[in-house]
Write a protein that binds this ligand. Structure first.
Ligand SMILES: Cc1cc2nc3c(=O)[nH]c(=O)nc-3n(C[C@H](O)[C@H](O)[C@H](O)COP(=O)(O)OP(=O)(O)OC[C@H]3O[C@@H](n4cnc5c(N)ncnc54)[C@H](O)[C@@H]3O)c2cc1C
Length: 296
């Protein structure tokens, strides 16, 4: 019987694993190795490791976690979960069955790329979602923002920290006249049509082509595709969820507790604010929550 089974061994899950390993708890971490930022060459805005490739960060973390003999890192995909506190059962696609007293769900989310030629190829390079992660490298250049929800209208205000050349591509959506004139007063160009394709060279974009054939020169395009949790275990457990502008997240309370006793969650699954640092923070809290709940 494991004390804690962690499902998803990336930034959130490995942080939780290290904390529990240092508390000498028996832990199994299941992971399929598909961290969300694997498309990016470098990870930024990370204390002490700014600019390090994401894979290098995870490799170092896995090696450090491996120093704790009570933590087992297993390459495998959790597909089933049942039971109750002190006796949860997790099954894997590889045919393993693991029982544990507590569960931490940290399996992250998957971005669903639109079928726009050039989008997937440039994702994480110059088609990006977060200026704090990748904006500095393209500061002062021509930025586009692909509208996806009313939240997109906050983008140009934020992006003004990095560039004064911003084009909002509405992609067939409409915005009210008041919003339109506010943005235009800020110097934002607004393009109404639908995006047809992205021109790029190895993921470095040079512009986009609209459905009417017009072209816009850009060095960066911000986009916020819909996302979904990477697994359906929260559905199997009937956990409460919350809507965000781009997908759903698990509803969590104090110490990352989900709506079911004994089950904690961390990382991108539990917040609309997606970053390595937030994932580390919530992973650490979830570990503490699981630990405290076993100390009664
Ligand atoms: C393109 C891009 C670039 C980014 N750049 C930055 C950056 O520069 N700086 C920054 O701070 N943030 C960045 N982010 C955000 C960052 O990637 C996420 O916030 C972070 O990865 C979240 O960590 P996580 O542990 O919650 O999830 P993830 O890192 O996505 O890890 C989830 C893990 O769970 C595993 N998994 C999924 N399903 C199962 C299952 N059923 N069983 C077992 N394992 C499973 C996956 O394989 C994966 O290893 C970027 C995001 C993107 C999309």
């Amino acid at each position: 019987m494991q004390d804690v089974i962690i499902i998803g061994g990336s930034f959130a899950g490995l942080t939780a694993a290290m904390q529990l390993g240092r508390a000498r708890r028996q832990v199994t971490v299941l992971d399929t190795g598909l961290n969300r930022n694997r498309y990016a060459e470098h990870a930024h805005n990370i204390f002490g490791f700014d600019g390090t490739p994401p894979g290098d960060l995870l490799k170092a973390a896995r090696a450090q976690v491996a120093q704790y003999p009570t933590v087992k890192q297993v390459s495998g995909r959790a597909i089933g979960i049942s039971g109750e506190p002190d006796n949860f059962i997790v099954t894997t696609a590889e045919g393993e069955t693991i029982s544990g007293r507590r569960i931490i769900l940290s399996y992250g989310i998957v971005d669903e790329f639109p079928a726009i030629p050039g989008f997937a190829e440039s994702w994480g390079k110059t088609v990006i979602h977060c200026p704090f992660c990748h904006g500095y490298e393209v500061a002062g250049t021509r930025w586009g923002l692909l509208y996806s929800s009313p939240m997109s209208l906050h983008g140009p205000v934020l992006y003004a920290n990095w560039t004064d050349d911003i084009t909002l591509i509405l992609d067939g959506n409409d915005i009210i006249d008041e919003e339109r004139s506010k943005l235009e007063k800020r110097g934002v160009r607004i393009v109404d049509g639908k995006l047809a394709s992205i021109q790029h060279d190895g993921g470095r974009i040079s512009g986009v082509t609209m459905e009417d054939g017009s072209q816009i020169g850009l060095e960066a395009l911000y986009a916020h595709p819909r996302n979904r949790p990477s697994a359906d275990l929260h559905l199997q457990l009937g956990l409460e969820t919350k809507e965000t502008p781009t997908g759903i997240m698990l509803a969590i309370g104090d110490m990352q507790a989900t709506s079911k006793p004994g089950i904690f969650a961390a990382g991108d699954l539990t917040t609309g604010m997606h970053s390595v640092t937030f994932a580390n923070n919530s992973g650490s809290l979830a570990a503490m929550g699981a630990l405290q709940s076993m100390m009664v």
